[in-house]
Design a protein around this ligand. Structure first.
Ligand code: MG
Ligand code: ZN
Length: 367
């Protein structure tokens, strides 16, 4: 009898301490009315070539923590292009920007080379402000696919011309040579100035109150973190957010950790880790803004994985990983999607990379 009394007491006690499973143990701030309203702004962040292993290598090398961990809504995308199981960055970015599966090398065009309106162009048309911040040239495959329409990613001078379309209010990255040292003799920086842009060569040349602005911080791509790029991506992103976040118009901003991919191509764990941590520091700064703002959806994903990267050893205390590579090219593995802010729950699950476009367009009321 005593035994059953004890059991009953335990039973009652366990219910006294019971909390509904749906109530999170700690309430992470995720916007003022998560799930109840659409975002005013979207900050879309692409870690080029950033698979799970790249993230993991950055995590352990950074003392077992990343800002990315604040993003609780997580999904996976299938990255294949129209013609290949393994995508390149142009087809990958065009899936995000136009919602179509296209051939590798295509920039903002479908598989029949027909130009498709990008989310940036649609946003601009609806009165939102637009921008991009990258550590490659602003004419590179990933950023280019958001404002340009060209048959191949190699056409940097033509992609640069497409910026004159005026659909990018703020752009920050490298690529000065494609604007100012051209075979056609044109100086696109001067032409942009004629259109009301301030074009500078360092972040210090820009002020947050500028309506249209560009920084071309290098002739081609920016140097690597190891070569001393410093906090260019973080500071550039901060500045672009200030520059775009005006008058409650809403904005769409692309931020790319462009060189995580190049670490994979170089089969260099250290290159990947340096670039991954730089990208994550930028994510941390962006989330600080989004948390305070409450109207901004932040999405972090990748176009594909690079390197067939794996971690075959390492040491948690020493913050080291032993990386290994199966290839110097991209792979077909699914890549993760992390979301934070109003609408973040839409990004859970497993879906095609083109669905990122569909979800973002719907959330911004553009389609
Ligand atoms: Mg890229
Ligand atoms: Zn690549």
């Amino acid at each position: 009898m005593q035994y059953y009394t004890l059991l009953l007491a335990l039973f009652v006690l366990s219910f006294a301490g019971f909390k509904p499973a749906s109530e999170p143990a700690t309430s992470a701030p995720e916007g003022k009315n998560i799930g109840k309203k659409a975002p005013l702004n979207i900050i879309f962040m692409v870690g080029d070539g950033m698979g799970l292993t790249q993230i993991t290598a950055g995590l352990y090398s950074n003392g077992n923590k990343l800002s990315l961990e604040k993003m609780k809504h997580i999904g996976f995308i299938k990255t294949h292009s129209a013609d290949k199981l393994i995508t390149d960055s142009a087809a990958g970015a065009t899936a995000f920007s136009c919602g179509v599966k296209t051939y590798n090398n295509a920039v903002g065009v479908d598989k029949d080379t027909v130009a498709k309106e990008t989310i940036m162009e649609a946003a601009k048309k609806k009165g939102l402000r637009t921008g991009l911040v990258v550590t490659c040239t602003v004419t590179h495959a990933t950023p280019g696919s958001f404002y340009a329409h060209q048959k191949t990613r190699k056409m940097h001078p033509e992609i640069a011309l497409d910026i004159l379309g005026g659909d990018v209010d703020w752009f920050i990255g490298g690529g000065k040579a494609f604007f100012e040292n051209r075979a056609d003799g044109r100086n696109l920086s001067d032409e942009l100035r004629g259109m009301g842009y301030t074009i500078g060569y360092t972040l210090a040349d820009l002020k947050a109150d500028m309506d249209k602005a560009g920084v071309l911080a290098a002739d081609t791509e920016l140097v690597t973190m190891a070569q001393g790029r410093g906090d260019f991506l973080l500071k550039g992103s901060e500045l672009a957010i200030q520059g775009l976040n005006k008058g409650n118009q809403g904005f769409f901003l692309l931020i790319e950790g462009s060189q995580i991919d190049w670490g994979g191509h170089a089969k260099s764990s250290q290159y990947i880790i340096d670039e991954m941590i730089d990208f994550d520091n930028t994510i941390g700064k962006v989330l600080e803004f989004a948390e305070k703002d409450g109207n901004t959806l932040v999405i972090v994903t990748a176009d594909h994985e690079t390197g067939g990267y794996s971690i075959n050893g390492g040491n948690l205390q020493e913050k080291t990983v032993e990386g290994a590579f199966t290839t110097g090219h991209h792979t077909a593995t699914m890549v993760p999607v992390f979301a934070f802010g109003p609408g973040a729950e839409e990004f859970m699950g497993i879906y095609e990379n083109t669905a990122i476009y569909t979800k973002m367009m719907a959330l911004l009321g553009l389609k």
